[in-house]
Design a protein around this ligand. Structure first.
Ligand code: ADP
Length: 744
């Protein structure tokens, strides 16, 4: 049977309400009516009274027991002050002597209850501590590097509390801890560099470390004392000891410390930006209690380390940050200058690689993938990008252990165990990715972290902390150096800059498009109005010239010839105007798609054109004529123009051979109209579709240069394509392709 159990079960242990206190001190808690509601059973070891005799009594009865003739009513006064106070730092600790023994009274609050904790005041006196602290701080801060500062701090704490071993323990990304500084007695084996699994400190314990910055376990070998309450004992557990100092320790943790041979433990929380960064963990191998003042002084050292962490860490990153910053500034400049974003950030001396310590990078933008340095191969990269697209919820994703979350990553772990990805456009799947290579490393665990369960004598599995803390080495594969905050910061900055460049370009293109559209519309309106307005005066010119010719018999031949030329010119001009009107009309008309009988259309055109052009030696071949869908008038115009041109520009060949033929494939129907005429100069292929453009070899042929412009416009309206193949003096083939729409 598969049976799984691990130390994460500890996460559910309610360690803040253990129902017990450590027995080096005692506890009394009063309710809102100032009556005693909770008392630790061991009160009788300190005072001439039993716990049960105190329960339910007013706080004054307890005060009488404390016998403080010089400060009558001090407990009630303390409570009155506390009810108005936000924190009790100015009260705590309250020093008092009971039968010539010094105690520190520590007040805290939970719900409606006030808790009085009494613990021995023995140990360093307040003045001593202050001196030591003054010295500690200046010596500690002497450390130029963070590591040195931590070592100095460990030293100072050792002299402050006199424990056998002081370790500075740092939590890593996945929650497990590493001993990064240590000061110890010479006879002890070193723990420096050892790693402890995350489960050694359960989640709720970490939360408590954030609230109480110090925690003492004075002796793991003494029994803790139960807390009794008025109602019945089952409720004794309900006193929340989150803020109390005597809180008894979880049995699992006691066992853990015993397994390590530790008798007393003291810890100081190290905070970095409101999170638990690490702990100063202090071990003593014989019982050792340290009093409130010494703990408070240690807390202060911890707070100094915490605030130093911030600026020392940042100071140490400065050199790197300067590099990233310079690279970022350079890239920003390049992005402003270069029109092509990919080119700007990948083709110059400074590239996106330089805002990190990565050894490879990829930029996926506008259907292009540009890579730099060492990256997975194209196929691996494409698959990784796909996976990232589906799994990235945020704009940034990073891991130093890709194959842990993405199995295929094993194949390219050598170049990309570390991946940092950052989206540019989620919809288009555009992103930047940085890679770091695998870095094999060895982690020395304090005991095998995977074996939290042991088999009991009766054969059952039992959850227990490790018995052995012998160094257990593990080689870590498929992992890279971690991504730093500085790298992430500069990657995000670069992202902003690239998005800005993309936006800028999009705006430019949109503005250009709008301008173009406007120009088109203006041209249409212009050509329409001007053509229209020209027609009336033109007909007048023609009509009056013809009238002159018919009615005025006194004109000599010369005058008649001139008048005939005027009429002729007017005809030509009229034709041109019609063509331009056609052209502008196509722009303004919507296409209504109907099926066109092409066989019939070609036949009709053939008849019309042969009548109009009266070609001498024409050999016109009509091949397949598959039907197409389009606007009948417009399509007719397309074929009329193309056939007309083919016949016109091959008119001097003998015979002039013109063919029209259509072919059908899945998506399109393509018609080819070819001739063996004068041909078109290759370099002007595109210009022939411009309005009024005519080639230099057609001077002897009549024409306006409007026909192909109309054809192109119509084809575009039909979302089709037009292109041409030609050779000067050999012939020309025009191709027109239409979308193949299947009839319903
Ligand atoms: P045009 O009225 O001059 O024929 P088009 O717009 O129809 O005007 O054609 C534009 C130009 O393209 C023509 O002037 C000619 O130079 C060239 N052209 C068009 N079709 C042919 C062809 N079949 N053979 C050679 N040149 C052609």
């Amino acid at each position: 049977m598969d049976y799984q159990v691990d130390l994460t079960n500890c996460d559910r242990e309610p360690i803040h309400i253990p129902g017990k206190v450590q027995s080096h001190g005692f506890l009394v808690a009063v309710n809102s009516a100032n009556h005693i509601q909770f008392v630790s059973e061991n009160v009788s070891a300190f005072l001439p009274a039993t716990a049960s005799s105190l329960l339910g009594k007013p706080v004054t009865a307890f005060e009488d027991l404390l016998n403080q003739p010089d400060t009558p009513g001090f407990l009630v006064q303390m409570l009155q002050m506390s009810r108005r106070a936000k924190n009790y730092d100015y009260i705590n600790p309250y020093y008092l002597e009971i039968d010539s023994v010094g105690y520190n009274l520590i007040l805290s609050k939970t719900g409606e209850c006030f808790i009085f904790e009494f613990e021995p005041a023995a140990g360093a006196t307040q003045t001593d501590i202050q001196k030591i602290i003054g010295r500690s701080v200046s010596e500690m801060l002497n450390g130029r590097h963070l590591q040195q500062l931590l070592e100095n701090a460990a030293n100072q704490i050792k002299s402050l509390i006199g424990y056998d071993r002081i370790m500075i323990y740092k939590f890593l990304e996945d929650g497990h801890g590493e001993v990064i500084a240590e000061v110890k007695n010479d006879d002890l084996e070193p723990f420096l560099g050892l790693h402890y699994p995350a489960t050694d400190i359960p989640k709720q314990a970490r939360e408590l470390y954030k609230i109480n910055l110090t925690r003492i376990i004075s002796d793991v070998n003494t029994e803790s004392s139960p807390i009794l309450t008025i109602v019945d004992n089952s409720q004794s557990t309900s006193l929340d000891l989150t803020h109390a100092t005597l809180r008894a320790v979880s049995p699992i943790h006691i066992q853990y410390l015993k397994n390590m041979g530790v008798a007393s433990s003291f810890s100081i929380s190290l905070m970095y930006k409101d999170e638990l960064w690490g702990l100063v963990a202090c071990h003593n191998y014989t019982p050792r209690f340290i009093n409130y003042q010494a703990r408070d002084a240690s807390k202060l050292v911890g707070q100094i380390i915490s605030s130093a962490l911030e600026y020392k860490q940042e100071e140490e990153d400065t050199a790197k940050i300067t590099e990233y910053k310079d690279a970022f500034a350079e890239l920003t400049e390049l992005l402003r200058k270069d029109g092509d974003i990919t080119e700007a950030v990948t083709r110059h001396a400074t590239t996106i690689l330089d805002v990190t310590d990565a050894t490879g990078a990829a930029l996926i933008l506008e259907d292009r993938t540009a890579t730099l340095g060492n990256t997975p191969n194209a196929e691996q990269l494409a698959q990784l990008v796909n996976w990232l697209k589906q799994n990235m919820d945020d704009q940034i994703y990073y891991t130093h252990n890709l194959s842990n979350v993405y199995k295929p990553g094993v194949a390219f772990s050598q170049v990309a165990s570390g991946v940092l990805a950052c989206t540019l456009s989620k919809e288009l799947g555009e992103m930047m990715i940085w890679f770091k290579p695998e870095q094999l490393s060895t982690i020395n665990w304090a005991g095998n972290p995977d074996k939290p369960v042991e088999i009991r004598e009766d054969g059952l599995l039992q959850l227990s902390p490790r018995r052995s803390f012998e160094v257990w080495s593990e080689t870590v594969q498929y992992a890279s150096v971690h991504w730093t905050r500085a790298e992430i910061t500069y990657v995000l900055k670069l992202r902003e800059e690239i998005l800005y460049a993309i936006n800028r370009q999009a705006t430019q293109i949109r503005t250009l498009n709008e301008k173009l559209q406007q120009a088109y519309e203006e041209l249409d309106t212009f050509s329409f109005t001007i053509s229209h307005d020209l027609r009336t005066p033109l007909s007048s010119i023609k009509n009056y010239s013809e009238l002159l010719l018919q009615t005025n018999t006194s004109l000599d031949d010369n005058a008649r010839n001139i008048l005939k030329k005027v009429v002729n010119g007017a005809d030509k001009m009229n034709f041109l105007i019609k063509e331009v009107l056609h052209y502008s009309k196509v722009g303004r008309t919507d296409v209504e798609f109907v099926r066109i009988d092409m066989k019939h259309l070609v036949q009709e055109l053939q008849n019309e054109i042969t009548v109009a052009l009266n070609p001498q030696h024409l050999k016109l071949t009509v091949g397949n004529t598959p039907d197409i869908h389009g606007d009948p008038t417009m399509i007719r115009q397309v074929f009329a123009n193309l056939l007309n041109n083919a016949i016109k520009y091959s008119g001097k060949s003998n015979p002039s051979v013109v063919t029209i033929e259509g072919k059908e494939n899945n998506n399109e129907i393509v018609y080819a109209i070819s001739d063996n005429g004068i041909g078109i100069d290759l370099q002007y292929y595109n210009r022939i579709f411009e309005l009024f453009k005519r080639m230099s070899n057609v001077r002897e042929y009549e024409g306006t240069g409007v026909g192909l412009a109309i054809v192109k416009r119509i084809i575009e309206k039909h979302q089709g394509r037009i292109w041409v193949e030609s050779e000067l003096g050999v012939g020309t083939t025009f191709y027109v392709a239409f979308r193949n729409i299947q009839d319903a």
